[in-house]
Design a protein around this ligand. Sequence first.
Ligand code: DAH
Length: 338
Amino acid sequence: MIHPLEQLRDEALREIDSATDEQALEAARVKYLGRSGSISAWGEQMKTLPKEEKPVVGKLLNEVRTAVTAAIESRAQQFRAQKESGALAKIDISLPGPPHELGTLHPLTQMWDRSIEIFRRMGFALADGPDVEDEWHCFDALNTPPEHPARNEQDTFYLPDGRLLRTHTSTVQIRTMQAAPPPIRVIAPGAAYRRDELDSTHSPQFHQIEGLYVDENVSVTDLKGALEFFMRELFGPGTAVQFRPHYFPFTEPSLEVYVKSKALKGGEQWIEVAGSGVVHPAVFEAVNKARSDKAYDPEKWSGYAFGLGMDRLAMILFAIPDIRLFGQNDLRFLKQFA
Ligand code: DAH
């Protein structure tokens, strides 16, 4: 014989199974398991049963309650899954994501990266200095007296407080030597500024890599060896390098550096790419004075320095006809260096 509790269970399970939404399911839950639900009512009834029936009916009641609770939970779970898959159905996960354009490094940045990598192999460390400088670091300390034409207001950007935009990265030579005693072997990539009219080969802002090597017995042959190695690494083994005597206040002797290579734009032409020289003793003395010591004793230490024109080098290497292209942010130009 079927116990009424079992009948109640079967009825509840059918109702739960045929519930079509969450509200119907909740109504079924209240009807059977709610505080005054029919299964709960059996709990009350238990008290009135004869003693010997209690364990059997009690056990059955527990089983019925467990079965109905489990059925409700599993039906609720089905509704939740249906909801989720309904939401996902609107998204086509097989579609490709929105396109993600890869950027490229600016040709000048690429030029810098290549150059720095070559100098690193020669043992040069990176140094840095501010673009906004004082006259002392830009000129005085570099043996460039007040009457020197480079200091002309027409040549340099001066700020109202007397500071200026550095006209070369040579300022970093001074800052590096102020900060540490010899030996020194650094390069300093950065921007430099001059009051030049903007045309295809001149720009008021341009870019350099400064180099400084100070040690015992450094001579002009070390300088030539280092720069020749650099140019050949950069432009290829067939590159010819020429040094022409020149004048810079902060070096003696001073040399301009020219390169020529069939592989390059310009072909058989010598192209000027750098200024360089052996550090002038007056520069060491200016640094000593600022440091108030004799760390850079010109009798003991010697050095070479150079300033490479990055824009020029990049124009040669990448056959870029106009320096203005570097600053125009024209994607048609920039994308060619991917
Ligand atoms: N500062 C010079 C310029 O901008 C380039 C230069 C020449 C740098 C000789 C040096 C050097 O370090 O030794 O024209």
